[in-house]
Design a protein around this ligand. Structure first.
Ligand SMILES: O=C[C@H](O)[C@H](O)[C@H](O)COP(=O)(O)O
Length: 252
């Protein structure tokens, strides 16, 4: 398949996953929804808007954004815009991911949004991922080779980079902008490091996330551990595959 064919298939896969998740998780009882960021979430908002404006459902539902992009999506579709000041309890948060491993550990932030995404997801009773089939992995790094995004205070990007490399190996690169001189600046006014970890090394991602988060100057990591409970993947064959978070033995 050429570039164009791949893109059409991927977009269709994203749409199928997003529509399935919205239809399964958003009901008349859903009062507050967290809206993630990225290209897949565009289809989730499209489906929410269809249900509100064409099917006359979900009229009171409030949408809490996770980025400037998602705020614009909510406004463009004339949905009710909320925020965590007024809506700190979210029923369901739906978001995309750059990679999802077999334990449902996520890499997020490939599009530069991760801090607000993690905050909003942490306020949700249920956190659901929507993605195309290229995001599904057994181990992190199998599909996504651009590293784990880490949001840092601009003044701390060098010491944080050096500490992460010394602690965990690999290389943490400052993400540079296109069509702007210098680094990417996030919605929160910070820089991003993309940490290319050692693909063959065994990492305890929960521990890695905790240690990196505690480094002074780190605002948030794009490692989402023990947060999502279900992932909807649009597959290349036109089906939607649902992956569930496996529960620890003492919770089953
Ligand atoms: O920074 C971006 C967000 O974490 C996105 O949710 C993630 O990159 C997935 O985006 P997409 O749906 O475009 O693959």
């Amino acid at each position: 398949m050429g570039d164009k064919g791949d893109k059409i298939a991927l977009d269709e896969a994203k749409k199928m996953a997003a529509y399935a998740a919205v239809d399964q998780w958003i009901t008349e009882d859903t009062k507050v929804v967290g809206i993630g960021s990225g290209s897949t979430i565009v289809y989730a908002v499209e489906r929410l808007a269809q249900r509100v404006w064409k099917e006359g459902q979900l009229g009171d539902m409030i949408c809490v954004p996770t980025s400037f992009q998602s705020r614009l999506l909510i406004l463009d579709h004339n949905l009710n815009l909320g925020d965590l000041d007024r809506n700190p309890f979210i029923d369901v948060c739906i978001d995309g991911a750059d990679e999802v491993d077999s334990q449902m550990v996520l890499i997020k932030g490939g599009g530069g949004c991760l801090m607000q995404e993690k905050i909003v997801a942490s306020c949700a009773k249920t956190f659901i991922i929507v993605a195309d089939y290229t995001k599904k992995s057994l181990r992190l790094g199998e599909q996504w080779c651009k590293g784990i995004p880490i949001e840092v205070s601009p003044m701390a990007h060098v010491p944080v980079k050096l500490k992460i490399e010394a602690l965990f190996g690999g290389e943490a690169e400052l993400r540079m902008a296109f069509r702007k001189a210098g680094p990417i600046v996030t919605d929160n006014g910070n820089f991003l490091l993309d940490w290319k970890f050692v693909a063959k090394r065994e990492y305890d991602w929960d521990e890695v996330n905790r240690v990196i988060t505690l480094l002074p100057g780190v605002l948030e990591t794009g490692l989402f551990v023990n947060m999502a409970i279900k992932s909807y993947f649009g597959m290349a064959d036109g089906t939607v595959k649902v992956q569930n978070k496996s529960l620890p033995a003492d919770c089953q």
